[in-house]
Design a protein around this ligand. Structure first.
Ligand code: NAI
Length: 334
């Protein structure tokens, strides 16, 4: 079956890692037509908007997109393209599987957990205004609807993937109303899934536990801001941002992306690690029902890691992006 996928190469190392992943997906034999669209600074320059309507239409039509990192100016300039995309397409569930890879120096080589992050609300919605000069108000919105929807997603995901326990991270001891509501919704939904253990931890304690004994976690359910921070913490536990995949999923479609940024310090040098976007591409293939191709790609990638001879510099190797891709494609053919 032919798939049409929206491709957003992104900024910095985005085009390098995106073209690498496209090459690997084509090599595994999946029939894909790519619709390439620009977002962020490039789109602003060309079309006068960071999120052109054609891009959103393309994702709505195709229901699936693969996205490289997009540069976001800090403290000024346009708002985050990532946040904009999630809002425009109501991509309410953010999924970040955290799994250590062979031969990657890291603190927890056996770690395998999944973060499910609510993607539309909380402080991360960026609802801020100046009350009077020198005083800024930032609004944290938590609704029963969105909290129930993400809790149900986490339980359905866990049931489908054979995960055994979900831990809800919160600060309901202090933010009794907002985080309290998030936790209540989680507990209510949990009663519908008796086979999955449901517990909760105050988020600061959860962070300490993650650093000391992360193996106690299976799936973590977090509101938006905690999810953003904790998922980077977890990436650090298994060797860094160049490795971890991400998916933003909603009813209208899904956007698969790397969680790292556009890495301007190494852009254009051909040394970026494409593993994060490749792993996102593997999640995407599964989402599209291409399980066999996904398994084949994953197993080839894991073999390259197991051999440990062709790895990129960020994880202690010397290989260039293209050499790493060649090695994976060779393993797929073997
Ligand atoms: P970054 O993730 O781009 O870079 C942090 C460090 O990790 C750098 O030293 C970089 O070289 C390295 N790194 C990241 N990805 C790598 C890869 N695939 N291979 C090898 N090394 C890699 O984070 P930073 O510098 O904070 O952000 C740069 C820009 O990216 C900012 O404009 C930020 O807003 C944007 N950004 C975009 C994201 C997205 O589109 N999903 C996510 C995070 C940041």
């Amino acid at each position: 079956m032919k798939h049409t996928i929206t491709l957003i190469p992104g900024d910095g190392i985005g085009p390098e890692v995106a073209s690498t992943v496209v090459r690997i997906i084509e090599a595994v034999g999946v029939d894909v037509g790519w619709e390439t669209h620009y977002a962020g600074a490039q789109a602003l320059e060309k079309f006068g908007t960071t999120l052109p309507p054609e891009l959103l239409e393309s994702i709505k039509r195709n229901k699936v997109a693969l996205k490289g990192p997009v540069t976001t100016p800090i403290g000024k300039g346009f708002t985050s393209v990532n946040v904009g995309l999630r809002k425009a397409l109501d991509l309410y569930a953010n999924l970040r599987p955290i799994r250590a890879l062979p031969n990657v120096p890291c603190r927890y080589p056996e770690l395998n957990l999944v973060i499910v992050r609510e993607n539309t609300e909380s402080l991360y919605a960026g609802l801020e205004h100046v009350v009077v000069p020198g005083v800024v108000e930032s609004l944290k919105i938590i609704t029963e609807k969105a909290s129930t929807r993400i809790a149900r997603y986490a339980f359905e995901y866990s049931r489908r993937e054979g995960r055994k326990r979900i831990t809800c991270g919160h600060k309901a001891n202090i933010m009794k109303l907002s985080d309290g509501l998030f936790l209540d919704c989680f507990r209510k939904v949990a009663t519908e899934y008796p086979e999955i253990e449901a517990d909760d931890k105050i988020i600061d304690n959860a962070c300490m536990q993650l650093v000391m004994r992360p193996e106690q976690f299976d799936v973590m359910l977090l509101e938006n801001l905690y999810g953003d921070i904790v998922s980077d913490l977890c990436a650090g536990l298994i060797g860094g941002l160049g490795l971890v995949p991400g998916a933003n999923i909603g009813e209208l479609g899904a956007v698969f992306e790397a969680v790292h940024g556009s890495a301007p310090d190494i852009a254009g040098q051909g040394i970026a690690n494409p593993t994060a976007l490749l792993q996102s591409g593997i999640l995407m293939l599964r989402y599209l029902g291409e399980r066999e191709a996904a398994d084949k790609t994953e197993s080839a990638m894991l073999k390259v890691f197991e051999e440990g001879k062709v790895l990129t510099r960020d994880i202690g190797g010397t290989a260039r992006t293209v050499e790493f891709a060649d090695a994976i494609i060779q393993k797929m053919k073997a």
